[in-house]
Design a binder for this molecule. Structure first.
Ligand code: PLP
Length: 423
């Protein structure tokens, strides 16, 4: 088949807009008449700095990111951020405690270290809301790096749903720590099709600006709905779903986690406290100080992300709100078709938590689900509807409804769903 005949519902990497790819293909050979391709120009050139700065400004414009946030381009994927968030937020917690200790016991290094050692042993906690496979992985990484005594499983969605993901436990049941170094959650669980319907009330900042330090993984739903950025300290996402091509990861970091307010503790202090020292390339402070160019960055990937953002800004005068309306509509169309035939399709996620991005379901047309799902996938492929196989860990069908799926693509899938169900 040709590209135009396929609607690709794969979970990531996802489809990129064809016009962006065509422009990028030209840029790969010759960027703006320079005779050199964009992947060949130095990442230290003015041209590269322009691409980075424009992409940052366009992202900030599209999402209305306030001025007290820094946008960082990083390279270790969403998985790298599972570790980066631990190192950076534990570091910030230590710095805060150190600043308090200095006030309490004065400038006596040994005394400060002694006090901090006690606090680390008794008070250092990272809270995780585990609502699907990706937040579970992040939680496991925190346990691996810090030891599980410092990691608090504030909620585990499997405990209320027959050991499976598919619901989000009520906020009143979450066991949040006092003064946690962070509260971590995944806004949209790509494998399990679970999305937070909105920002959790219990995590909202208080009137005086204090409140929990919230960190969120938005790898698979960023750019698809408005987010209250000011409620977060860190938002991160790999580019390869809604933003661009694989190879670049974005972290939106509140500036009060960075110098001069909050410099990272010295390696000597961390060693004394028995806390892990992160790789320098995962340090938000280092990446921020170098405008994302501490080391060689794939400018090509930043360029693609930038072009996707320019296209979104040109398409929607109301920016992310415009895309949100379309995303919601597409999800409604697909869920609507599935819900109309409960005799044939079983939705995996409970209604209030159904992801608009990853629509997960089982096919129960006959009493052999494996055969039904194989049939569904084969017939769908025949119609140009591809990438619908569920994640290998959970099986079933998953339609990833990212920004690059046009409204007509969602309609085509909905029609196929109804035809497959038959009469
Ligand atoms: N977080 C979420 C929500 C994801 O969907 C994924 C990958 O699909 C990741 C994290 C991991 O990202 P990466 O493969 O870039 O490490």
């Amino acid at each position: 088949p040709t590209r135009s005949e396929i609607t690709y519902f794969g979970a990531g990497p996802a489809l990129l807009p064809t016009d962006v790819l065509e422009k990028a293909a030209e840029a790969l050979v010759d960027y703006q008449g320079t005779g050199l391709g964009i992947a060949e120009h130095s990442h230290r050139s003015a041209l590269a700095a322009n691409i980075i700065n424009e992409a940052k400004a366009d992202l900030a414009n599209y999402l209305d990111i306030p001025d007290d946030y820094e946008v960082l381009f990083m390279q270790a994927g969403g998985s790298g951020e599972f570790s980066a968030t631990v190192y950076n937020l534990v570091g910030a917690w230590v710095t805060r405690k150190q600043q308090e200790a200095l006030k309490q016991v004065g400038d006596d290094e040994a005394k400060v270290a002694e006090l901090l050692q006690k606090q680390v042993a008794t008070e250092l906690k990272l809270d995780y809301l585990v609502t699907g496979s990706w937040s579970l992985k992040a939680y496991q990484e925190a346990c691996r790096l810090l030891g599980s005594e410092h990691v608090n499983l504030a909620t585990d969605a499997r405990t209320i749903n027959d050991k499976k993901f598919g619901k989000i436990p009520e906020e009143s049941t979450w066991k949040l720590s006092k003064d946690a170094a962070m509260v971590y959650y995944c806004d949209n669980e790509t494998v399990d099709g679970v999305e937070f319907p909105k920002f959790p009330d219990v995590l909202a900042p208080r009137a005086d600006g204090s409140g929990p330090i919230v960190v969120a993984d938005m790898s698979s739903n960023i750019l698809s709905r408005r987010i209250p950025v000011k409620n977060y300290h860190v938002i991160f996402f790999g580019a390869q779903k809604n933003l661009g091509s694989t190879g670049v990861t974005v972290a939106i970091v509140k500036k009060n986690l960075l110098p001069p307010v909050c410099p990272q503790p010295s390696p000597t202090l961390l060693r004394k406290l028995g806390l892990p020292i992160g790789p320098i390339v995962l340090s938000y402070e280092t990446i921020a100080k170098n405008n994302s160019l501490y080391n060689t960055l794939s400018i090509f990937d930043v360029y693609i992300a930038g072009q996707v953002l320019k296209k979104l800004l040109a398409t929607y005068s109301d920016k992310v709100d415009g895309q949100q309306a379309v995303s919601n509509k597409k999800a409604e169309i697909i869920y609507g078709a599935l819900e109309s035939r409960p005799d044939v399709f079983k939705l995996v996620t409970e209604k209030p938590f159904r992801s608009r991005m990853n629509i997960c379901f089982r096919v129960v047309k006959t009493n052999d689900m494996d055969v039904d799902e194989k049939n569904f996938l084969e017939l769908a492929k025949g119609q140009g509807l591809e990438g619908l196989k569920g994640h290998r860990s959970v099986g079933g069908i998953r339609a990833s409804n990212y920004n690059s799926i046009p409204l007509e693509g969602a309609q085509k899938l909905a029609e196929f769903i109804l035809t497959f169900a038959g009469h």
